[in-house]
Design a protein around this ligand. Structure first.
Ligand SMILES: [Mn+2]
Length: 308
């Protein structure tokens, strides 16, 4: 009877659902965590359908389905043997106040980095990446961006708090180097003239092998520190319908997972998964895709660390 309330081998569905059932610790500063998972429940910057503020919770719930596997197939190590990962819950900010949000997220990301930890953010709409990149650039200098998306998010017109303008501002602020960066899965209009980013559009990505894509990405990035941002709408709506601005003709999940695994050993310093919007989801498939991408990114991050 002693273990009635103390059993810790959780099932696939019960009890509080932190990301991958990692320890839940609201204040990660001072902890021995290597990676801090932070939910960023913002959808104030969406141009289409809102709802991504519910994304972090949906991703966490879906992730517990993945938590039973020791080594995620087909990796040859268990990521949690190499990296101490904690879930710091969600960023708290004044609802409706874009400036307050931007300030708090950059500050929180900066504190996490200053304490020698890596941040993995779960969105939220894609705007969240801009304040995070500002914090990262202070620590890593100008980075390469690997950007999975149906949209380039490089639009010049629009407010500074818009989920379609971050990668117009980020190079101007010196946060990322477009010529060392690559956007994968693009299938919407953008100004191709003066578009500094390398693009592997969705048609090309669907025709190329995952290996060829990985090779091309590696040659573009070189030895720069890399930030990976994954807009779930890179995936075709057949694989990820639960998102604000879905576009047909995207990548399938098999191709995306193969590409991500191909980044093993790269100098990935930060990552996020954004735009999961559970109100438009079916059977949690988008949340599961988001959780799986996030977990693969953790493996990619840990693959550069030797087993301790
Ligand atoms: Mn997008």
């Amino acid at each position: 009877m002693n273990d009635l309330f103390n059993k810790t081998d959780y099932s696939l569905y019960s009890n509080s659902m932190s990301f991958m059932r990692r320890p839940y610790l609201r204040n990660p500063i001072g902890s021995d965590a290597d990676v801090v998972v932070l939910g960023v429940p913002l959808d104030m910057a969406t141009s289409g359908r809102p709802g991504a503020r519910m994304g972090p919770d949906a991703i966490r719930r879906a992730s517990v389905n993945l938590a039973w596997e020791g080594k995620k197939f087909p990796w040859d190590f268990n990521v949690f043997d190499r990296a101490k990962v904690i879930d710091a819950g969600d960023l708290v900010f004044d609802c409706g106040d874009a400036e307050d949000f931007t300030y708090r997220l950059e500050k929180a990301a900066g504190e996490i980095l200053k304490n020698g930890k890596t941040l993995m953010a779960l969105g939220g709409d894609h705007f969240i990446t801009l304040p995070i990149l500002r914090a990262y650039a202070k620590h890593h200098g100008e980075m390469a961006l690997i950007h999975f998306d149906a949209h380039t998010d490089t639009y010049a017109n629009g407010s500074a708090y818009d989920h379609g303008t971050m990668f117009y501002h980020a190079p101007k602020e010196g946060l990322i180097s477009p010529k060392h960066s690559v956007q994968i899965g693009i299938r919407t209009e953008y100004e191709q003239q003066d578009h500094g980013f390398n693009v592997i559009n969705a048609m090309e990505a669907n025709d190329m092998s995952a290996n060829d894509i990985v090779e091309k990405v590696r040659s573009i990035v070189g030895d720069k520190p890399v930030y990976v941002t994954f807009d779930i709408d890179c995936l075709d709506p057949a694989f990820a319908p639960g998102t604000g601005t879905p576009v047909c003709g995207g990548l399938n999940s098999d191709k995306v997972l193969k590409i991500l695994r191909g980044f093993a050993g790269m100098n990935v310093v930060g990552m996020d998964v954004v735009e999961v919007s559970p109100a438009y989801d079916h059977a949690d498939m988008t949340a599961l895709a988001g959780a799986t991408v996030a977990l693969e990114l953790l493996y990619v991050w840990a693959s550069k660390k030797s087993a301790e």
